[in-house]
Write a protein that binds this ligand. Structure first.
Ligand code: NZQ
Ligand code: ZN
Length: 386
């Protein structure tokens, strides 16, 4: 096992009808900015619950944070925070709103001239952030209990990452009933995103990290068990509760502590979203099966462990068991209604080169747990995903 330093200060308040608890989690005299996305938070009544819970506090609101939140929109929120002396932020939404709030929290105190520099430095230049909490409405990204955010600059179609311990949420309220209003597409995306987060930290090479391995396998098996129910049964509380807690733990640092990590599916997927606006979860379902296939030699030991322990595959020689595991993974995504081929999204071979160009432009030329996925290998991965 590698050395590690695990830190996670986020308080989790979990369960039915827990939104009202934000009253006791936010300072009484706070000047609060509530940030949300499009229309869902208002439509579902969550914003009304939040307003009521905030009571007599001074409250401002900022709506319109889009899926794959943009630097351009968020910069308006930064200006509002500065103008109104806001000292607490509350994100009400999914990964996009939470990520956007992390950027706003750090940009409001940024002393440089151009807040995009935060993304250029991957968040390492953040020195202070406005404290914030979360009311989660979409289980998927794990952003509610981690210190990372992905922000898009629309002008250049750049999806960039920031990460800094100063942007851990102070608390996150996880009420599984908030997922009842989600469309099947977003639920399926959430299952796939949590699944691939786990895989990115598990399917690399063995370092005898037994707890992390078995924890990851438990998360994967849970997602396989509940996935179809989550997508097919609109108000099944138990499967939603299990999804919410699984997705949070898939990316709160615990399973990634002390183990090698991959993230190639994510970095290639980010370019697919930036150029073609394919939902984040869907990009992962497209790229992951090809990565498993083409990287089978580097990942052989863990692929065999994955086949055996996650899918109970015991018949056939090594390569056949790996083939079966890849097939099972693809079928699982498809069963959730998530298509796994670039061609399913209208893309053809001519669309591949612009993605490779963007990967190079963004410095994504040494991906994977061995930093050996070059642009040429990314090209092969995308061709295999057609
Ligand atoms: O905008 P509104 O109207 O609110 O609708 C949203 C949005 O259209 C809707 N929605 C959310 N909660 C709802 C709901 N609709 C009905 N009922 C509800 N309860 O869902 C749509 C998608 O929301 P979004 O927040 O974009 O989805 P998700 O949570 O999948 O977040 C995706 C973003 O997170 C980033 C992705 O890159 C992408 O930008 N990621 C962040 C990570 C992190 N911070 O650690 C890691 C991930 O790998 C990922 O990259
Ligand atoms: Zn993801």
């Amino acid at each position: 096992m590698f050395n590690f330093d695990f830190y996670n200060p986020t308080r989790i308040v979990f369960g039915k009808e827990t939104v009202a608890k934000i009253d006791s989690l936010i300072p009484e005299n706070a000047r609060v900015l509530v940030l949300y996305g499009g229309t869902s938070a208002e439509r579902t009544g969550t914003l009304a619950e939040v307003r009521q819970a905030l009571g007599q506090r001074t409250v401002y609101e900022f709506g319109g944070i889009e899926p794959n939140p943009t630097f351009e929109t968020l910069s308006e929120a930064v200006a509002l925070v500065r103008a109104k002396n806001i000292d607490f932020l509350l994100a009400v939404g999914g990964g996009s709103v939470i990520d956007g709030t992390k950027f706003v929290a750090s940009a409001a105190h940024f002393e440089g001239e151009d807040t995009w520099q935060i993304l250029e430095a991957w968040g390492s230049n953040i020195t202070k952030a406005v404290p914030f909490g979360v009311v989660l409405t979409l289980p998927a990204t794990g952003s509610e209990m981690n210190s990372a955010a992905v922000i898009t600059r629309s002008a250049t179609k750049t999806k960039a990452l920031l990460s800094n311990p100063l942007v851990f949420p102070q608390f996150s309220v996880l009420d599984p009933t908030k997922t009842f209003t989600l469309p099947a597409r977003q639920l399926a995306n959430g299952v796939v995103d949590a699944f691939v987060h786990t895989v990115e930290q598990y399917l690399t090479y063995p370092v005898d990290a037994r707890v992390q391995d078995r924890y990851a396998e438990g998360l994967l098996q849970t997602l396989i068990e509940i996935g179809p129910k989550v997508v097919g049964e609109p108000t099944d509380y138990d499967s939603r509760a299990n999804l919410m807690w699984t997705a949070t733990q898939a990316l709160n640092g615990l399973i990634g502590a002390g183990v090698p990590q991959d993230w190639a599916s994510h970095f290639i997927g980010h370019e697919l979203t930036a150029i073609h606006e394919i939902d984040h979860g869907r990009t992962l379902a497209i790229v992951l099966p090809s990565i498993m296939d083409l990287r089978r030699n580097n990942k052989r030991a863990k692929l065999l462990q994955y086949a055996h322990r996650v899918w109970n595959i015991t018949e056939g020689d090594d390569d056949s068991r790996i083939d079966q595991a890849i097939q099972k993974t693809r079928e699982f995504f498809e069963e959730l209604g998530v298509k796994t081929r670039l061609s399913d999204y209208g893309m053809t071979e001519k669309d591949i080169e612009p993605i490779i160009e963007q990967l190079i432009k963004h410095g994504m030329t040494k991906l994977g747990e061995h930093q050996d996925i070059t642009p040429e290998i990314s090209r092969q991965i995308l061709k295999a995903s057609l």
